[in-house]
Ligand binder design. Structure first.
Ligand code: AMP
Ligand code: MG
Length: 416
């Protein structure tokens, strides 16, 4: 049996970050930067006011106090978006937040530090203003370039773009950005017993679950699922559906990898690639297939498509996705790391490991008295999807630990 790390290493070795594309900023959320971003201007581009108030020369009001205010004539007003007039010595200019600092001014006095309100309330002359606090240079002034400096590298290649990163790009005047392309992931369910949801169930049939869980997991981490539907358990049916994966970056099939059915998939893939069946030392999810599809003999595909054959049981299929497919998709997206977030928690129920595999137990986390506790979400059979729906994480019992008792510290990988 293969260790989880060995399986992951082989899957990761088969994929690379996808090529870069230039995308409109609004569509690039969650994609990974494929360029270093250097600022072509200062942000903000010029000194401006951080407050609504009065622009002054600090030296004209450096002695002001509430008892002995300094009164200056108000020479005009400047709002955000306007070009400011120059400030003459011994005068003030009314200024709004974000307005450029007038040449000659070096500080802004907030309305609250003047008699502005009192003058308004008593309908007094607003042609002058009394300042109540000593003014020092640079007070309430945002300096040009204090956020970003021209020529500075502000974002590095490999950064996943969140809202703030898109905002930084917008602040530089960019409306497009170079990011790694999102992988197209073909999703194929196999099984004679499967009926697509929406129709009536025939005797002996079940609804196809894995198409939905797999496609959702792909989309959830930023891939583009391409749903191929359901292949029947015949060589022709699987082969026909597989043809639709030729332009994908990854093919994820489900089922047909447990011992009874492997012959079928093996037969198809013998002519398409070099599929290997793995027994990975994990529970759930022991049977996993992995290979590279090169197209049919005599009609090779333009490019080679890595293929991960997930187990058929819905929980196993989701857990194997989490452990093997997710890192591969994140690598293709250009991410530099693909470890899932994990927390340490106190186990509230034992985890039993009776055959030396790494156990991924469905768990939910709760906070109590400043500590994180992990409770299992019910029956752990690999067909019990309801306990997956309740889980926020996978609590891990290592291969060589036969039982983790109540109270043990357990590592929980988060399913987000
Ligand atoms: P197999 O690997 O084909 O032996 O399938 C293992 C188990 O998973 C069987 O109980 C199948 O019915 C079930 N299974 C396979 N594919 C799906 C699917 N797409 N949705 C729900 N259950 C499935
Ligand atoms: Mg089957």
């Amino acid at each position: 049996m293969l260790r989880v790390e060995e399986a992951l290493e082989q899957v990761l070795a088969a994929v690379s970050p996808l090529e870069a594309e230039e995308k409109p900023l609004l569509t690039a959320l969650g994609q990974v930067l494929a360029e270093d971003v250097v600022s072509r201007l200062d942000v903000p581009p010029w000194d401006n006011s951080a407050m609504d108030g009065y622009a002054v020369r600090a030296e004209d009001a450096s002695s002001a106090t509430l008892k002995r205010p300094v009164t200056l004539p108000v020479a005009g007003e400047v709002a955000a978006g306007q070009r400011p007039p120059a400030l003459s010595p011994h005068t003030a200019l009314r200024i709004m937040t974000g307005a450029p600092l007038p040449p000659g001014a070096d500080a802004v006095v907030r309305f609250e530090d003047t008699d502005e309100e009192e003058r308004r309330a008593t309908k007094k002359d607003l042609g002058q203003i009394s300042i109540h606090v000593p003014v020092v240079p640079s007070r309430n002034v945002r300096r040009a370039g204090e956020d970003l400096r021209q020529g500075e590298r502000v974002l590095t290649r490999g950064t996943p773009l969140g809202a703030a990163h898109l905002g930084v790009l917008a602040s530089l005047g960019r409306d497009t950005v170079r990011v790694h392309r999102r992988p197209v992931v073909a999703v194929l369910a196999t099984g004679d017993e499967l009926t697509p949801p929406g129709g009536e169930l025939e005797p002996g049939h079940i609804y196809d679950i894995n198409t939905y869980t797999t496609a959702a997991l792909v989309r959830g981490i930023g891939g583009i699922p391409k749903v191929l539907g359901i292949a029947r358990d015949t060589v022709d049916s699987v082969a026909e559906k597989m043809e639709q994966a030729r332009d994908a970056d990854l093919l994820l099939t489900s089922a047909g990898v447990s011992k009874g059915y492997y012959d079928l998939v093996k037969e198809v893939l013998a002519s398409y690639g070099d599929l290997r069946l793995w027994e990975v030392r994990m529970r759930p999810g022991k049977p996993v297939a992995f290979g590279i599809i090169r197209g049919r003999k005599g009609s090779p595909w333009r490019r080679h498509v890595p293929h991960l054959g997930l187990p058929g049981n819905p929980v196993s299929s989701m857990v194997v996705f989490h452990i093997l497919a997710r890192p591969a998709i994140l690598k293709m997206m250009g991410h530099a790391s693909w470890e899932s977030r994990a927390v340490e928690a106190i186990l509230e129920e034992p985890i039993v490991n009776d055959d030396g595999r790494r156990v991924y137990a469905r768990a939910v986390l709760t906070e109590r008295e400043g500590e994180t506790h992990a409770r299992l979400t019910g029956a752990q059979g690999s067909n019990i999807l309801s306990s997956m729906a309740k889980a926020t994480g996978l609590a891990i019992c290592p291969e060589d630990v036969p039982v983790m008792p109540v109270g043990a510290k357990v590592r929980v990988e988060l399913l987000d």
